[in-house]
Design a protein around this ligand. Sequence first.
Ligand code: PGI
Length: 483
Amino acid sequence: MTLKFNKGFGLGFSTAGFQHEMGLRGSEYESDWYLWVHDPENITAGIVSGDLPENGPGYWDLFSTDHSIAQSLGMDIARLGLEWARIFPRPTFGVKVRVEEEKGEIRAVEVQEPALKEMDSLANRGAVERYSQILRDWKSRGNKLIINLYHWPLPVWLHDPIRVRKLGPDRAPSGWVDPRSVVEFAKFAAYVNWKFGELADMWSTMNEPNVVWGLGYLNVRSNFPPGYLDLKSMLTARSHIMDAHARAYDVLKETGKPIGVIYALSDVQPLDESSSKAAEDYDYFSHYLFLDSLSRGTGREDLKGKLDWIGVNYYTRTIVSPGQKLAADLPAIRVVPGYGFACPPSSRSLDGRPTSEFGWEVYPEGLYNVILKLKSRYSLPMIVTENGIADSKDNWRSWYLVSHLHQIHRAISQGADVRGYLHWNLIDNYEWASGFRMKFGLVYVDLETKRRYLRPSALVFREIARNKEIPDSMEHLAGPPRL
Ligand code: PGI
């Protein structure tokens, strides 16, 4: 049976500045992540791959080529990421704005025209001009645009992760641990709106805040900056990131365009009957605590009503069982190896599912589960803002794509308000600490020549996108793979 999406259902891609922009000379810029992946000790210790983002796909210069490819694949929506550190290479602390603070929480930030003009004199004009070209190029083709304000790198004047790791957050620029980051982020949001606001159809304040605090301060073997194991820093950073979202929301509200957050969601499942409490706790800790605060104001009345839509980044599930309680604020769980993100690469999960080159189990039903859980908890519009697979040979990507779209279709038929699907990724990108080895592109990028080549799965995407339907002839890709 052919599965139709409605005409307004968007199909497209996402970018993140750090992962896409650099590649051709002159596109480099500093950020905490830039320091992190260049740090000789990090490289020697294997904390980062040693691959450098300045050898990346070069979207900063080749954006128009990539937009043409996207269009030829039938894409009509993109979430494009702007780099705070590129636009403001120097501190914006000196630009005075009205701030209301209470109990260490930033309750209001007001950015008026004179402050914006002052910020303009601090901004990197070349970068602003280029972003304007990039956004206009995508919009001028008649497409939808979601502007995302933050996808992990911070300006070095806010965060020096190498020094934080050595000296602690009290003795080095500590990023989200520092309350000033909230104010500066709101100012950045106001500036972006002032410059590019008319081009946005929707806003996303940030990508996967849960990954930033979780991998930065808790799960430090994940090799994210600052890799500083400290519960107190995690809690502080988390609280400031929530404030940052809320204050950016306030600043953008006047645009009348929907403002959301893009969140890393996985389908949390109990290993067995004795694990249901563990699963619930983990789901709450990693997902609902943040989303509840910002939608219902749970625990923080002032954060209530700060979400108009939710971006769902979904790759796989997480299976948990009861485990050690490391601290009062952490769930007593163990992530069960052999499922979800915790599998051997290019192999099978304990359920016999294929795993990606990253060792992530392919589990499409989890996307359906996540969407329905979010629907019943928040009844907000959703867009799947990331979904894809590290699969350099394109063995599994077509099946991954179709099976996940099939689950979205199923969720929509159950009444979920899902408005689009953005594949991760259009082109091969720089995978943070893992470098270039992990290939997520529908399109292969030769990093020497920067030439783009379609992988076969790109044509499957095109077939679906052009007609906004999964044709009957792809039905075999909707279920489990035929091996
Ligand atoms: O790894 C693929 C993509 C990244 O390239 C994106 O920048 C990022 O938003 N991805 C997968 C996830 N998030 C993103 C899922 C959660 C996750 C984050 C970090 C899993 C492992 C490490």
